[in-house]
Design a protein around this ligand. Structure first.
Ligand code: C2E
Ligand code: CA
Ligand code: CA
Ligand code: CA
Length: 274
C-alpha cells in the first residue's frame, strides 16, 4: 500500500504543480489588473413588480484581461478575497458604482456587492462614507449586498460596522438568501433591510415544493417588514407567480441583462419613476 501511495504521488505531482502554477499566474495577473484599469462594472436593472418601474440597478464586476479575455467574477473574486486584493478592488467598485449612479435620475438605488473580507478589514465604513461624499450620492440610495458568509463568524466588529452604515441611511441586503445554513437565524441577529431570494429557487419555482419555499420567504419578509427581491427572473410565468405572492422586486434577464454604464443610464432615464 505504501509503494502504491508513492506511485500515486508521482503520478499526481506534475498535475498538482500545474494547478499551483496556474493559480499563481492568475494571482499575478489579477494584481496587475487594477493599476492597468482592466476592471469594469456592468449594471443590471431592478424592477418594482407592482408598478413595473425600474427602481435602480446592481453593479456587477467584470475583468477584461488582455491575455485571458473577459473573466467572470465567480472565477476571480474568490482569488481576490484570498490575496486581499478584494479590499482595494471592492473600494474601487464602490467608488465607480457611486460615480455612475450620480448621473442617474434622482431617487434611483445603486446596489453594490461587498465581500466579507472587505467588511472585516478596518476602515470599511469610512471608505463607504468617502465614496458617497465624493460622488454626491445620498446614503439613502446606496444598498450594500452581503452574503451570509459575512455574518457567519458573528463578530462584534462586523455587527458594529453594519449598524453604523445603516444609521447613515444605507440599506443592507442579504444576498443569495436561502442557500446558506442558517439564513433565518441571521435575520434575527443582524440589521437587514432586504433579502434577495437566490436564483436557484426562482429557477425551480415550477416545482411545487420550491414554489412553497419561495412563497414562505416572501411571506416572512412581508411579516418582518423586509423588502424581498427575486433574483434570476427569466420568464413571465415566474414574474406572475412572484407578483401573485406579493414579492416586491425582481431582477433577471427578463427585466434586463447586465449592461454597460451608458446603456443602463439611458434605460433608467427612459423607464424610471419620476
Ligand atoms: P450575485 O450578486 O448573486 O449577482 C447575480 C448574478 O446572477 C450575476 O452574475 C448576474 O449576471 C447573474 N444573473 C442576473 N440575472 C440572471 C438571470 O436571469 N439568469 C441567470 N442565469 N443569471 C442571472 P455575475 O455578474 O457573473 O456575478 C456573479 C457573482 O460575483 C455575483 O453574484 C457576486 O456574488 C459576485 N460579484 C459580482 N460583482 C461583485 C463585486 O463588485 N464585488 C463582490 N464582492 N462580488 C461581486
Ligand atoms: Ca448581489
Ligand atoms: Ca445573489
Ligand atoms: Ca451569487
Amino acid at each position: 500500500a505504501k509503494s502504491e501511495g508513492r506511485n500515486l504521488y508521482r503520478f499526481f505531482e506534475p498535475a498538482m504543480d500545474a494547478i499551483v502554477q496556474a493559480r499563481r499566474a492568475l494571482e499575478v495577473d489579477l494584481d496587475a489588473a487594477l493599476p492597468r484599469q482592466e476592471f469594469d462594472l456592468d449594471f443590471q436593472p431592478i424592477m418594482n413588480i407592482a408598478s413595473g418601474e425600474i427602481i435602480g440597478a446592481e453593479a456587477l464586476m467584470r475583468w477584461h484581461s488582455p491575455a485571458r479575455g473577459t473573466v467572470a467574477p465567480d472565477a476571480f473574486i474568490p482569488v481576490a478575497e484570498e490575496t486581499g486584493l478584494i479590499v482595494p478592488l471592492g473600494e474601487w467598485a464602490l467608488r465607480k458604482a457611486c460615480a455612475a449612479a450620480a448621473s442617474w435620475p434622482p431617487g434611483l438605488r445603486i446596489a453594490v456587492n461587498v465581500s466579507a473580507v472587505q467588511l472585516k478589514s478596518g476602515g470599511f465604513a469610512r471608505s463607504v462614507i468617502s465614496a458617497l461624499a465624493f460622488s454626491g450620492v445620498p446614503a439613502g440610495q446606496l444598498e450594500l449586498e452581503i452574503t451570509e458568509t459575512v455574518l457567519m463568524d458573528e463578530s462584534k466588529a462586523v455587527l458594529k460596522t453594519l449598524r453604523q452604515l445603516r444609521d447613515l441611511g444605507i440599506r443592507i441586503a442579504l444576498d443569495d438568501f436561502g442557500t446558506g445554513y442558517s439564513s433565518l437565524a441571521y435575520l434575527r441577529r443582524f440589521p437587514v433591510d432586504k433579502i434577495k431570494i437566490d436564483r436557484s429557487f426562482i429557477r425551480d419555482m415550477g416545482n411545487r415544493d420550491t414554489a412553497a419555499i419561495v412563497r414562505t420567504i416572501i411571506g416572512l419578509g412581508n411579516e418582518l417588514g423586509i423588502v424581498v427581491t427575486a433574483e434570476g427572473v427569466e420568464t413571465e410565468v415566474q414574474l406572475d407567480m412572484l407578483h401573485d405572492n406579493g414579492c416586491e422586486e425582481a431582477q433577471g434577464y427578463l427585466i434586463g441583462v447586465p449592461s454597460k454604464a451608458a446603456d443602463i443610464q439611458r434605460l433608467l432615464k427612459a423607464r424610471a419613476l419620476h
